[in-house]
Each structure stands twice: as C-alpha cells, then as structure tokens.
Design a protein around this ligand. Structure first.
Ligand code: AKG
Ligand code: FE2
Length: 366
C-alpha cells in the first residue's frame, strides 16, 4: 500500500468506543469554561459534525455556558466592530441612553445596525449556532432579541453578579439562550464577562436572589459557590460564539483598555415557551431572512417598514412568559409593569458593593 493511502486514514481518526459510548475527537480546551473549536472543514462546509454537537450539548447542559470558536469568518466581525464603534459616539448622546448598573461601569446596551448589509446570516442565524440551538431548545428556535453590550474604555466599576432572569421559569433543561459574540479578542484587560459555570441549575431561584425584583445573587451564595467552582474571566477569541443559559450567574467587568469591547447578545427561545418579547427588523429583509436564515422561527420578529435607526430603538426586554411584564426604556427612565400602573419610572440607581461579588476569604487555618 502506498504510504499516502495510509496517511489518508490515520488509525487515530477511526471512531473509538468505550462501553458503547463514542469517544469524540473534537478539538477543545479548558474546563471552566470549555472552549470547542470547529474544524476549518466544518466552517467552510457549514456542516457541524455530530461529534462536535455531542460535546457542545454535553458541556452546555453541565455548565450553562460553552464557547464555540472558528464559527464566523473574521472579516464580517471586523466590519461590524468598526461600524459599532462609530455608532457608539452617537448613541452616548441619546437621551434614552443609560448605563447598565451605573455610569462607572461604562457598560451600555447598544443595538447593532439593523441594515441589510449588516444583517449577516453568519452572525444572527449562524448555521452551527442554530444547529446547537435547535438541539437544545427543540425545532425552529425563535429569534426574539438582538442587542449588544458595549464596555466603553475608561470603565472603572464592575457589575453585581446576577442572572438576567428572575421570574418563575419552567424547570426544564433549557428554554432560552443568549449567544454572546465578542467582536474583538477579549480577556480580563478589556472587560470579558465574569461567568459562573454551573450556576444555571445549582440553586433554587428564589433562594439565590438577594431581592425579589432583580436577579442579583446573595453574598453567601457567591462565597459558597466559589468554593465549588470559582468565577472566571475567560479569554475569548474574536468571533467566538458563547452560548449562555439565561439563568447563569455572570457580571460585566470594567474595560481597562483603550478600545471599545463589544459583545453581541442574540437571544433564541424554545417555541413551546411562548416568549412574548419581540425584536425589530426591516420588512425589506423579510423574504430574504425567511428564505435564507434556515432553521429559525421569525414569530418573534416585528417587521418594520422603511429603514430602522437602531440607535433610536428603545431597549425592550421581556424574557418571562407573561406579556404584561415587559421593561421599556424611555427618556424618563425604565418603565415596568408597576410604572405603567403608577406612572412612575424606574432609574437604575443600584449601587454595587463588595456584597454583590465574590471576595476571596482569608484562610482561617493559616
Ligand atoms: O457586558 C457584559 O460583559 C455583561 C453585561 C451584563 O451582563 C448586563 O448588563 O446584564
Ligand atoms: Fe447580564
């Protein structure tokens, strides 16, 4: 046999089974969190290997967080980054702009451009991303939120450790996901999000919350959980897709670099969950999206006539199942259900102290 024929089928690429289970040969590194790298063949063909899905599903359920690298061509990411940095100048001047958990965080929710030449399927309905979503959430996951978190240079404060949801969610393995896509290489120096792997299912919801009205986590739960699995600020490559269960504890961190740190936030929900939140997209894209963004449901898309200036679209959030519980950003502050009944608007006046994040404990024995 010619040596080249042997090389085409190296022995180590043959599937290996242990007690009937497939031992996968997927490229991955890290354990808190696990980072899985798509092969160039998967990126180019758009076909996700079942072995890759097996690993993604396994670690997603274990940790509520898993990172997928090499899923989006870098040119698309760079172009969007440049545009969103320009947009940030205009956005910070808007009256309805507000800082997430106080101005010192330098963290704002800025909707990415909703223009046809920026609405790339490779980002918003990436084939590998949707394949994992449909395996976690069931058929035709629903796109219902398109936003981003920009950590502006000069931020000095961190956020409280929190879960983005604090309602009475159904106790099932998965009902809603956020896909965070960083538009630049990101690590602790430029404010990568602190994540707490495994906390999506670690404790009953009401027990862990420090206040029934928000998703902040009690100090003693932070101190206790850190002994089981500590929080981490992972290093994440540009364009990697971070799949995060909406229940997971996490916190925005200050960006001490001199460049904006931009992280897209794209939410998909299970159809059966009947999430009432909607996200706006231009009607001019409806046919293309419904034809080409395969595998997704657009039931949660509000099609808008004419061009949309995404910087003028108010922040709108409702990850609960109750249509009345939406949160709407206005020039006067945030309006929630109580605000709609009383006419009073909420301002984010929350003050983060060391009671809201993990602090290393002095070893008593030392
Ligand atoms: O920007 C980040 O890293 C996270 C921000 C965040 O979690 C939030 O604002 O809810
Ligand atoms: Fe958050």
């Amino acid at each position: 046999m010619a040596p080249s024929a042997v090389m085409d089928h190296p022995a180590e690429s043959a599937p290996r089974y242990v007690n009937g289970g497939l031992i996968t040969d997927v490229e991955k590194h890290g354990d808190n969190p696990v980072v899985i790298r798509l092969s160039d063949e998967e990126l180019q063909s758009g076909k996700t290997r079942p072995e890759t899905l097996q690993e993604l599903i396994k670690y997603f359920h274990r940790d509520g967080f898993v990172v997928l690298e090499n899923a989006i061509p870098e040119e698309i990411i760079d172009r969007l980054y440049e545009r969103m940095v320009q947009d940030n100048v205009d956005y910070l001047r808007k009256k309805h702009m507000h800082w997430n958990q106080g101005a010192a965080t330098g963290n704002v929710s800025q909707i990415p451009p909703l223009e046809p030449n920026f609405l790339s399927r490779d980002i918003y309905a990436n084939v590998h991303m949707i394949r994992l979503c449909e395996n976690l959430l069931g058929p035709k996951p629903e796109l219902r939120f398109i936003n981003s978190n920009v950590a502006c240079p000069g931020g000095t404060a961190r956020q409280a450790v929190h879960s983005d949801v604090h309602h009475n969610w159904p106790e099932v393995p998965a009902w809603g996901l956020v896909m965070n896509i960083y538009l630049q290489d990101t690590g602790p120096a430029n404010g990568v999000t602190e994540v707490w792997c495994g906390t999506h299912t670690a404790y009953p919801r009401e027990e862990q919350q420090d206040n029934p009205d928000r998703g902040w986590i009690k100090k003693d739960y932070l101190q206790g959980r850190a002994k089981v699995k500590p929080p981490v600020q992972p290093t994440v490559h540009k364009g990697a897709i971070c799949f995060r269960d909406l229940r997971l504890w996490h916190a925005g961190m200050p960006n001490t670099s001199d460049r904006h740190r931009i992280m897209l936030a794209i939410d998909y929900f299970a159809q059966w969950y009947q999430c009432p939140m909607t996200t706006k997209l231009p009607r001019a894209m409806k046919d293309t999206i419904e034809r080409e963004w395969e595998g997704i449901s657009t039931a949660g898309v509000e099609w808008v006539d004419g061009p949309i200036n995404s910087l003028d679209v108010p922040f709108f959030l409702n990850m609960t199942q109750d249509p009345d519980l939406y949160l709407l950003q206005t020039e006067k502050g945030f309006q929630d259900l109580k605000g709609r009944q009383t006419g009073e608007y909420k301002f984010d006046t929350s003050v983060v102290t060391d009671q809201n994040y993990w602090t290393p404990e002095v070893d008593q024995a030392a």
